[in-house]
Design a protein around this ligand. Sequence first.
Ligand code: UT7
Length: 355
Amino acid sequence: MFQSKIAGIGHFVPEWEVTNEDLTKVMDTSNEWIVERTGIQSRRYGKRHEETTAVLGTKAAVAAIENAGIEKEEIDFIIFATLSPDYFFPGCGVLLQRELGITNTGLGALDIRNQCSGFIYALSVADQFVKTGMYKNVLVVGAEMHSMGLDFSTRGRNVSVIFGDGGGAVVVQPTENKNEGILTTHLHSDGTYAEKLAFLSPGSHAGYHQKYLDEKLDYGFSDETYGELFLNEKMLKDGLVYPQMEGPFVFKLAVQKFPEVIQEALDKTGLTTKDIDMLVPHQANLRISQFVQKKFGLNDHQVWNNIQKYGNTTAASIPIALSEAVQTGAIQKGNLVCLAAFGSGFTWGSALIRW
Ligand code: UT7
């Protein structure tokens, strides 16, 4: 068995900066509310007609490939995590392959649908492929173009003020040095509360799931209906085509699961919180990161937060944050880096990396 390491990293955020003040022009919200509840001051939105999720992911991937010092043709597997794909299908993995101009069909492309923990899931899959010797250069990408699919009316304000666009990527390679690389990854899920943070339509549920049954939601579902079950006008009107979240419910679970899954990774490796040089949490809410920081007694230099300027970029948030921390020298060779995430599904996970 090999050990795998992150051999290259890069990120890309669009230029268009949208401040909290900008959002007050389209919905009933305030800078004070957003800063106090989330820590977010601004976020980036992709350029319409030019930047899609696959494009943002590609820009990050180009930087990661260059940073790894390899040619794009050397990539032998692509893993793309996103909840805001260009198309319902095919996934962004193949679109990124096309954007990169990789015509080699000897590689595979996989899409990961694990929302906020998507990057950790993707990294874990890459780790397994590299460890077993199956692949030598796995490109792992997390990217989101949330701004194209948010409800910018006051109805959607609890969700739409949080999210931003961007992409991050890493190249995972084998290493013979047992003192570096991915030490452990931990993945979890619990589908009980799937609809507490979800994007429900279009979909094939046809009113089957608990939320519809409990709330007696009628979208014209009947045994004889064709076609319209996937998406109809009432679903559009009711905003089912936008992400919906029971924020306080998600928050309570997040502050429980983040510490749990970090501790699990530490226990597995026989390390303690004192060994962590940098915690890179999924940027869900600054209050969540601060809670975790306090719980583990970490100082401000041991936790990377950039939600203030990018918002929550879901699958992209960890690779963007990691890339920034590496670029600025906040993560140095030999440092112990901890990644952790919790989000829709619910799914959550952690990884420990010796940089
Ligand atoms: O990344 C994936 C995982 N996601 C998370 O971990 C997110 C976890 N949850 C959260 O971060 C927080 O719950 C939110 C930031 C989403 C919301 O903050 P909150 O402190 O839990 O607020 P709330 O949802 O309990 O709403 C409090 C009030 C409500 O008004 P009333 O009913 O008290 O009059 C909301 O209508 O704030 C109102 N509100 C807003 N007001 C101004 C909700 N959104 C906004 C807004 N601007 N954008």
